[in-house]
Structures are given as structure tokens and as C-alpha cells.
Design a binder for this molecule. Structure first.
Ligand code: SF4
Length: 110
């Protein structure tokens, strides 16, 4: 298999499943809707997304990510965003989001 960084073909970075019964599951996506990260890889980690923290009926802290478009907005853009935040993952402590996106002078993908 060809290493990802040796190809100019970006097709592995995303796709849109417009036949999904939940599509479009998040509002506000302006570029190609990326379904690749349907279950966000950052769910268990700190992230800059605008999630709302809540406690499930089983007493587990969870994120409600309904308002987040970061893993979905553009194939290459959402791919770069996920790669950046998984490069040095920090486990989420179950707390509220205190630094939601957008932040001044920061790009979530760089
Ligand atoms: S807020 Fe966004 S980036 Fe964070 S875990 Fe949820 S979907 Fe992923």
C-alpha cells in the first residue's frame, strides 16, 4: 500500500454519504460534507469544538456535539483538523468547554 504522504490523491480524506437517513446531521457545513469522521475521533479527547458537556443516565460524562462542524466541513480541511488534534491527544476530563472555536489568531488545522 502506498503511504498517504506520497500521493497527491486526496480521495482518502473524506466522502459524503448523501443517502444516509441522518444526512445532513450537522447544520452550518459550508464545504463538502465529510462523513469520514461521523464518530468523531476526538470524542474522548480535549478539542476546540463547541460541545456541551452533560451527564448520561448512567452517570458518565458525555459531549453533545450537535453544534460542531469541525470534523465535517471540507474533506481536506476536516482531515487536517483531526490529524492536528490527534497528534498530541490529551484525554478529556469531562469538563465544560472553556475555549470553544473560533479562537483569536488560531487556526484549528495548523
Ligand atoms: S466538539 Fe467537535 S471536535 Fe470536539 S469531539 Fe465533538 S465533534 Fe469532535
Amino acid at each position: 500500500m502506498e503511504p498517504k504522504d506520497s500521493t497527491a490523491n486526496d480521495a482518502f480524506k473524506g466522502f459524503t454519504n448523501s443517502e444516509c437517513p441522518f444526512y445532513p446531521c450537522h447544520q452550518g457545513v459550508k464545504r463538502d460534507f465529510n462523513c469520514l469522521f461521523c464518530y468523531c475521533p476526538l470524542n474522548a479527547y480535549d478539542c476546540p469544538g463547541p460541545f456541551k458537556a452533560f451527564t448520561s443516565k448512567n452517570g458518565v460524562r458525555r459531549k453533545d456535539c450537535s453544534a460542531c462542524t469541525l470534523p465535517h466541513d471540507g474533506y481536506t480541511q476536516s482531515w487536517a483538523f483531526i490529524q492536528k488534534w490527534l497528534a498530541q491527544p490529551v484525554l478529556w476530563d469531562g469538563g465544560e468547554q472553556t475555549r470553544p472555536w473560533p479562537r483569536d489568531n488560531e487556526d484549528p488545522k495548523e
